[in-house]
Design a binder for this molecule. Structure first.
Ligand code: DAH
Length: 344
């Protein structure tokens, strides 16, 4: 009997020390030796067959052995748990020397960036920023700008009408009349009005049925064409660089008299490359329309043309952005391809 116990202890010791590699296997060993149907239970049963005087001695041996094995298992359990923790710490180790991962962030759209630059230049010159609705009345979009119904110049801007009197504005110019009409008569104005405009145009590399304009209007006593020219020259140098020059060509707009179209010197070739893709060798790029505010436009909105005068201008933001960023297809602004947008 004693030998049997001894060999059981040895067997258990062997099993625990050599075979067991995880807590599950250790528990299997526990069940095998100490479990209800384990080796020791069998031993205890055999004890019944022993002589009465032998029982206490053998019983003690068996109990001691059981305790010994239990201790061995507990020790092993603690060791395995410690090992498991070590493994976990090792596998989840954080390498604090690794460079950080870049967070992918959105940013402003190139048109917004351009619009902000333009706005900033005029705000620095003391202009206020006005707004008007994109769904506009025929009155503000055309009539108050000296374009009565059936005026042929309405054909210059093919419009999206909603009803006979309401349309998507074709230009930001209606904000001129709106600003004058909300002011006291003849009060000085120095404002810009950025926003979206809509026209029944094709959608191609240089046209879009929706695009962005910025309007300018200055009214005060003694405002002349020279003020307009100086302002636009300053603006172009700020936005295109100090070497930029402007050229004024006579033109026609119903709301200005005289009217002009303004070109800026080509910032790509400076007029030196006859094959230039941007100016096609002319050296000049058309960027905006402008003029002295027509007396009738002033009068229609409550300003007295014998007391005050003014100038106005309007330009397309897409065009400015294309020229400053060197973009040759307008549609890129509206298609939201991140490969394009990420470059700004
Ligand atoms: N509204 C004109 C257009 O969309 C641009 C324009 C020309 C605006 C002359 C003006 C101006 O204020 O004076 O084509």
């Amino acid at each position: 009997m004693e030998n049997k116990v001894k060999s059981l202890i040895e067997a258990a010791e062997n099993a625990i020390n050599s075979a067991v590699t995880n807590l599950k296997e250790l528990d299997d060993v526990r069940v095998k030796f100490l479990g209800k149907k384990g080796e020791f239970t069998t031993l205890v049963k055999i004890m019944g067959e022993l002589a009465a005087e032998e029982k206490p001695r053998i019983g003690k041996i068996i109990n001691d052995a059981r305790t010994q094995i239990k201790n061995l298992i507990d020790d092993k359990k603690a060791a395995l748990k410690a090992q498991e923790l070590q493994n976990k710490l090792a596998s989840e180790k954080i390498d604090v020397t690794l460079p950080g991962r870049k967070i992918y962030r959105g940013h402003l759209h190139p048109l917004t960036l351009t619009l902000n630059r333009v706005k900033e230049i005029f705000i620095h010159m003391g202009y206020t920023v006005e707004e008007g609705p994109e769904v506009e009345t025929d009155y503000f979009n055309f009539e108050a700008l000296n374009l009565p119904k059936d005026h042929p110049a309405r054909d210059m801007q093919d419009s999206f009408y909603i009803t006979e009197e309401i349309l998507m504005r074709t230009q930001t110019s209606p904000v001129q009349a709106r600003t004058m009409q909300k002011n006291n008569a003849n009060a000085p104005i120095r404002m810009i009005a950025p926003g979206r405009v809509y026209r029944r145009d094709d959608y191609d590399a240089s046209h879009s049925p929706m695009f962005t304009q910025i309007e300018g209007l200055v009214i005060d006593e003694g405002i002349t064409f020279a003020d307009l020219k100086g302002t636009l020259d300053f603006f172009c140098k700020k936005i295109f660089g100090e070497t930029a020059q402007i050229r004024l060509r006579p033109s026609f707009f119903p709301f200005t008299e005289p009217s002009t179209e303004v070109d800026v010197s080509c910032m790509m070739c400076h007029g030196k490359d006859e094959h230039c893709k941007v100016c096609h060798g002319s050296g000049w790029l058309e960027i905006l329309g402008a003029g002295e505010v027509h007396p009738d436009v002033l009068a229609m909105s409550g300003y007295d043309p014998s007391k005050v005068s003014g100038f106005a201008f309007g330009m397309g933001i897409e065009r400015i952005a294309m020229l400053t960023y060197g973009i040759d297809d307008l549609r890129l602004f509206f298609e939201n391809d991140v490969r394009f947008l990420n470059q700004f």
